[in-house]
Design a protein around this ligand. Structure first.
Ligand SMILES: NC(=O)c1ccc[n+]([C@@H]2O[C@H](COP(=O)([O-])OP(=O)(O)OC[C@H]3O[C@@H](n4cnc5c(N)ncnc54)[C@H](OP(=O)(O)O)[C@@H]3O)[C@@H](O)[C@H]2O)c1
Length: 328
């Protein structure tokens, strides 16, 4: 089968189409004929050589796909065999940039009704990350105030729509007036331009000095002080990305006085049973919102698999809003 691999650590020039042998599903696994794969920042970090795949994962990049189940592993239970012929999305630890992929059947969900099978490729990684962190870890409640950094990125655009549907009040940061308009259309109640404004001052102003109950952060070290300063009493900071570095000082006095919590998680390295629970929660709580049109899939651009290097180049430019997909 055709697959996209990295020939070395580096820029988009190391992204190359290759021929590899087809994967074979074991009992409890399904083989998917991939329609499309979603690009994620983790793929770019893997390409740069700073984020190797976890033990046992495919060296082929790609954390999420959509496509049709072509086969179930020999000895699979009836519920797994019944998936054959169904259009699904799958959460992967790797291997998605390929014509075929094998995955634990507990990590797939049917494509939501009304969503195009190619667009669906960009759903599960963001849905699982947003749900497991905002609901599972931070326990966001309707009526709470949540700051989402990067409101028009893959994660941010999904998080804003989900929080709006949940009845939370949202603040978000963006890098341009055009992205500010998009963030508002996704349900953001207040938008802060991180290139022009002081985030801490603006959060304080918008919340009358109270701060946000929860912050979903994709920046890490560079924003740690600002984030802690921007939290309300009993606030929760959930760090899921380190685009602004991994080491920083924290004001522990401030944390004690306001009873703040810092949570940091990564989805990719979670064990299979935990991922199965996360995927099932996404199916129960988020799939109905997508099928009702309350969360829309934000596809920015679809590239042919042959143009995977161009897709990575575009991702690196930061010009995108929402998801970039590779069609197989
Ligand atoms: N821990 C996990 O399990 C997990 C899972 C999935 C993703 N992630 C992480 O989540 C992050 C976002 O992933 P993605 O796929 O959504 O990437 P993406 O689509 O490229 O989005 C990146 C976002 O970061 C924003 N950003 C960049 N610099 C910023 C700054 N200084 N202040 C505020 N926002 C800034 C961008 O805003 P502008 O475009 O407006 O500049 C953009 O919205 C990545 O770091 C990724 O590694 C973590």
């Amino acid at each position: 089968m055709r697959a996209v691999e990295y020939t070395d650590a580096g820029g988009p020039e190391v992204v190359a189409l290759t021929e590899v042998s087809d994967p074979v599903p074991a009992a409890g696994e399904v083989l998917i004929d991939v329609a499309a794969a979603g690009l994620n920042r983790a793929d770019v970090m893997q390409r740069r050589g700073v984020y190797p795949p976890p033990a046992g994962a495919s060296p082929i990049p790609g954390l999420e796909v959509s496509g049709r189940v072509a086969a179930a592993g020999l000895g699979s239970p009836a519920a797994v065999q019944e998936l054959v012929g169904v259009d699904v999305v799958a959460l992967l630890a790797g291997g998605g940039y390929a014509e075929k992929v094998v995955v634990d059947a507990r990590h797939v969900l049917p494509v939501p009704a009304g969503v195009d099978v190619v667009d669906a490729a960009g759903l599960i990684e963001v849905a699982a990350t947003v749900h497991s962190n905002l609901r599972g870890e931070a326990r966001v409640q309707p009526g709470e105030t949540v700051l989402v950094h990067g409101g028009t990125g893959g994660i941010g655009s999904f998080a804003l729509q989900y929080l709006h549907a949940l009845g939370a009040r949202t603040l978000t940061t963006v890098g341009s007036p055009e992205k500010a308009r998009l963030a508002r259309s996704l349900g953001a109640d207040h938008v802060i331009d991180y290139r022009e404004e002081d985030i801490g001052d603006r959060v304080s102003e918008i919340t009358d000095g109270r701060g946000a109950d929860v912050i979903l952060d994709v920046i890490g070290a560079k924003y740690l002080q600002t984030n802690l300063r921007s939290l309300a009493v009993d606030g929760r900071l959930v760090i899921i990305g380190l685009q602004g570095g991994r080491k920083a000082e924290a004001d522990l006095g401030l944390m004690l006085a306001r009873r703040l919590r810092i949570i940091a998680t990564t989805l990719r390295s979670r064990d299979a049973a935990t991922k199965a629970g996360i995927v099932s929660g996404v199916g129960e709580e988020l799939w109905p919102l997508i099928e009702q049109g309350r969360i829309r899939v934000q596809t920015d651009r679809v590239f042919a698999a042959d143009d995977a290097a161009a897709a990575h180049d575009y991702f690196d430019s930061g010009a995108h809003s929402g998801k970039i997909l590779l069609r197989f």
